[in-house]
Design a protein around this ligand. Structure first.
Ligand SMILES: [Ca+2]
Length: 250
């Protein structure tokens, strides 16, 4: 399987999709970069980044050791190269973070970015941003506050953070818990090709704390008024409202 993929020539162009790890919220102190199909990427499929190989995971964890956070896995995906039937652009991240040996807390920032989304057609878009976490062994301190923000980059620039959705902040109680949040849908104006980014703040407190996390950015076209699609959009809005109510009741 691997040999087939390697010989097919189906490699992503460098500079179109990557994962970067920073130690600061301003995203200035870059600790590590994984380019799609470049060094450190265990997933040889284009538009998918993974760290399943032991050597790739070790290189990542060595580079970020000073933050107090380690990963047991980290992966990301973009569908920029393959428009799906539902015409929805996606950028996702998921993984498991833990407090490193010798630390009682830690913090870092994961920037996932992809460019060259050629769908859906503009100029009016809705950007949907959501994230979920399963926490294990956190101590309930305010320092345990992961966050997630999505960005629409009309300039189609890799690693840009141009138009932001609302930031989702998580505050887990002591022990184990699971939760998910959706940001209010962000309406933006733009055109293809465009880029997307999202930033996950991993911030854990507790010597044995773990966080199984995922985050997603989705872009859908805003339908022409009066079209049948408007009915579908209404259904989407109702769905998110329903999800929010369910979470509020949980
Ligand atoms: Ca890859």
């Amino acid at each position: 399987m691997l040999a087939v993929l390697m010989s097919s020539g189906a490699r992503a162009d460098f500079g179109t999709f990557d994962v970067q790890i920073f130690s600061d919220a301003a995203l200035t102190n870059l600790l590590y970069t994984i380019d799609d199909d470049g060094a450190g990427d265990s997933n040889f499929n284009p538009n998918q980044i993974g760290t399943s190989l032991t050597a790739d995971l070790a290189a990542l964890n060595t580079a970020i050791a000073s933050t107090g956070i380690q990963f047991s896995n980290l992966s990301a995906a973009s569908n920029a190269g393959s428009p799906p039937l539902n015409n929805t652009a996606l950028l996702s991240v998921n993984g498991e973070a833990l407090v490193g040996s010798g630390f009682t807390s830690g913090e870092l920032y994961i920037l996932v970015s992809a460019i060259d989304y050629n769908f859906p057609a503009g100029p009016a878009y809705n950007v949907i941003s959501g994230a979920s976490h399963t926490f294990i062994g956190v101590d309930g301190a305010p320092a345990t506050s992961p966050a997630f923000t999505s960005y629409f980059n009309d300039s189609n620039t890799l690693n840009a953070t141009e138009t932001a959705t609302g930031t989702l902040v998580f505050a887990p109680p002591s022990g184990a818990s699971a939760t998910g949040q959706l940001a209010p849908v962000l309406g933006v104006t733009g055109d293809t090709p465009y880029g997307l980014s999202n930033v996950t703040r991993i911030r854990l407190s507790g010597a044995n704390a773990r966080d199984l996390f995922s985050g997603g950015t989705a872009v859908r076209a805003v339908p022409e008024p009066g079209s049948m699609a408007l009915i579908a959009l209404g259904g989407t809005t109702l769905l998110f409202a329903h999800l929010r109510r369910r979470k509020a009741q949980a």
